[in-house]
Design a binder for this molecule. Structure first.
Ligand code: GRF
Length: 191
């Protein structure tokens, strides 16, 4: 399967997907990395791996739909069959998510359906949650609402700050996302 990755920043999840896809027996090949921010640090790693990259700022387009149409054109130009959102911080329209239905997946730093949206770790700590984690799910029109592909759990410890909890969850994200992409790319999990 030809896989494109969408990022907005650091790109640590993108990096583990690229590394996983280096293995011969991995059922996916990363064919491009797109960022909506030209300064996203993750783009440098992708370039250093010789992977095609592209960036477009939504602010340069009149509408969200125009931006997404340009994005879809780039993704289709790469021949992408699967799209992985990895810290991609733009909300996508139902038109886009319907176009890529069953082909686009996202990683979210909570045990969905708990804590959709932003600041998941701070909210979990404020609620006194004892468990946190991460979820890979299919992208559907509702934000962080699509069917779950895989989850991993970590404990919330008494002295946790949002930063320490985020770091513990991120370790699991980096294991979970390549596993989930494998399941989708080989067709074991389908929407
Ligand atoms: C991750 O925690 C991801 O779950 C969330 O944003 C963060 C992105 O980190 N959606 P990175 O860019 O993959 O390093």
């Amino acid at each position: 399967r030809r896989v494109a990755i969408l990022i907005s920043g650091r790109g640590s999840n993108m990096e583990v997907l690229i590394k996983a896809a280096r293995a011969e027996d991995f059922p996916a090949r990363i064919v491009g990395v797109f960022s909506n921010r030209a300064a996203a640090p993750g783009l440098d790693f992708a370039r250093s791996e010789g992977i095609p990259t592209a960036n477009l700022a939504q602010s340069k387009f009149e509408t969200r739909l125009d931006f997404e149409n340009a994005l879809t054109e780039i993704l289709e130009g790469w021949g992408a069959e699967v799209v992985c959102l990895a810290g991609f911080m733009r909300i996508l329209t139902p038109e886009f998510t319907t176009h890529w239905r069953g082909k686009a997946i996202n990683i979210h730093p909570s045990l969905l359906p708990a804590y959709k949206g932003l600041d998941t770790h701070a909210r979990a700590i404020a609620d006194g949650a004892t468990e946190a984690g991460c979820t890979v799910h299919f992208v559907t029109p509702g934000l962080d609402e699509g069917p779950v592909i895989a989850q991993a759990k970590v404990p919330v410890l008494p002295d946790d700050t949002p930063e320490t909890l985020a770091a513990r969850v991120l370790v699991e994200e980096h294991k979970l996302y390549p596993q989930a992409l494998r399941l989708v790319a080989e067709g074991t999990v389908r929407l």
